[in-house]
Ligand binder design. Structure first.
Ligand code: GLN
Length: 242
């Protein structure tokens, strides 16, 4: 078996080690004898979604999000939307998550018109939402720990479900207790580079979704995740004391 990962905008969207999520997926596949090839799709490179089994988009500051707007508009947006409707698995983080919505209006009034692939939008606020946080992931029945840093407050429309319910921290907007977005096979979250390394159940769920779309029903061999679980449990305990 082989998984082809497309990394959208590795040149501009890679905050807080977001690429660590790709390294984590690569390792978890390789440890099970599954081949993996990751290819960057930077500014100036067309996106051909049929070349990939899974897409990854990292986070970025407002500046980088504005830099990529011209490249994203048109063909890349159309390709991304069609692939999402067709069920391609996508993991999108923070700025990459916001990019899947209709727009992001920054705190100082810049309007970034994004893809509209998902029924959501983001409005910047002066207060930044920063820190370690945790949310209950409804779909997996596990608590996910992560790190967030955003000024954008994201609001979901009716066709999109949240990834989970905030237990500690801010999540989508610091107001309605929702965190992240789920639509078809899209997993979008404010949690940065430590997301998959610290939450192996979520990592495997995304990998299984991508592998099963390509190969049909499969069972992923269990891995020794005791270090991952102790990192996760330590942070979960710390956050529950706040
Ligand atoms: N620039 C966006 C915000 O501040 C996204 C930040 C990020 O990706 N960490 O909301």
């Amino acid at each position: 078996m082989e998984l082809k990962i497309g990394h959208l905008y590795p040149d501009v969207l890679n905050l807080y080690g977001d690429r660590g999520n790709i390294l984590c997926m690569e390792k978890r596949l390789q440890w099970r004898g599954i081949d993996v090839v990751t290819t960057g799709v930077p500014i100036g490179e067309p996106l051909k979604a049929s070349d990939f089994d899974l897409l990854f988009i990292g986070g970025g500051q407002d500046f980088e999000q504005e830099v990529l707007l011209a490249d994203l508009a048109g063909a890349k947006t159309a390709e991304l939307k069609a692939a999402i409707e067709d069920g391609i698995p996508v993991l999108a983080i923070c700025g990459g998550y916001q990019m899947l919505g209709a727009y992001y209006k920054t705190w100082d009034g810049h309007q970034c018109d994004f893809t509209g692939a998902l029924d959501l939008y983001t409005v910047g606020s002066k207060e930044r939402m920063i820190g370690n946080y945790a949310f209950a992931c409804d779909e997996l029945g596990v608590n996910v720990v992560g790190f967030e840093n955003h000024s954008g407050k994201t609001w979901l429309g009716p066709s999109v479900k949240p990834m989970g319910t905030v237990l500690a921290g801010f999540g989508n907007n610091g107001e309605d207790k929702t965190e992240g977005a789920r639509y078809k096979n899209v997993f979008a979250t404010y949690s940065h580079g430590c997301l998959l390394p610290k939450n192996p159940a979520l990592a495997d769920h995304i990998l299984k979704t991508a592998l099963e779309r390509k190969y049909g029903q499969i069972d992923l061999a269990p891995l020794d995740d005791h270090l991952e679980h102790s990192a996760h449990d330590y942070m979960e305990r710390r956050l529950s004391r706040n």
